[in-house]
Ligand binder design. Sequence first.
Ligand code: ATP
Ligand code: MG
Length: 287
Amino acid sequence: MNFTTRFRVPPGHGLSLARHRTDATPGVSGKTEARQLLRRGVERLADLQEKLYAQDRWALLVIFQAMDAAGKDSTIKHVMSGVNPQGCQVFSFKAPSKEELDHDYLWRSVRALPERGRIGIHNRSYYEEVLVVRVHPELLDHQRLPGTRRGIWRRRFREIRDFERHLADNGTRVLKFFLHVSREEQKRRFLDRLNGPEKGWKFSPDDVHERDFWNDYIHAYEDAMAATSTAGAPWFVVPADNKWFTRAAVSEIICDAIEDLGVKFPEVPARTRAEWKQARTTLMKER
Ligand code: ATP
Ligand code: MG
């Protein structure tokens, strides 16, 4: 099963999330096989990340979006578990601060972009600006925008496409994951969080309230993903009712994308080889 082609949202088409099963596990028989796949993915990513870093040409930006409790945090934790911490940065984006609201909505993301050679993980992102803000348009009041709000979502889709195009043209590959969880599974996970302190700290009563807007969110996600899934910055809708499956699939898709960049250790020029030879001789002569 090739998860990259299976879960990629094709550019230029409408998207219906109802047609994407949240509990699908294509090509994977169960937990045991998924764990093996993930283990292989973690090793593969460690190796690819080292080359990405050594080559110092490309950066990778990986965006995670989802409903609450879909498993963003634990997916990041597991998929990135083998990667050298020096080559990877994780940022979580919450409701914008006063300072952030004094800038345009891309500003805080730009400041958190990965440097060349690195992998940047954004746990939520500027997509919130066409998701939570679209579901609760009163949030726009804090943004003190000039001009009319008419056509604002279309305009933001265009701005995001342009921004991601700019990133791609300048060496940052962008991957975007929507972890697709069902409303029933979310309820189960919320109830699980209420069982004790280990998970209880993750619970916020607002999360339950937000469930009332489930369909609005689904619609906003469909629209946003259909408008912004491009060849250079594709969206992937990954089934998220089974966390073991989500992790295996995300891991493989990230690896495929880095491999696709053709990362390799930089060639050693003849002059450097000569210097190495000289250094080796000097070291061997030491006593
Ligand atoms: P979990 O899934 O564990 O709950 P989380 O990513 O939801 O993790 P929280 O601290 O619960 O983390 O929530 C972050 C909140 O910040 C989300 O409700 C999100 O919608 C909100 N948020 C993020 N970016 C923006 C934005 N630009 N404008 C308004 N709200 C935002
Ligand atoms: Mg939350």
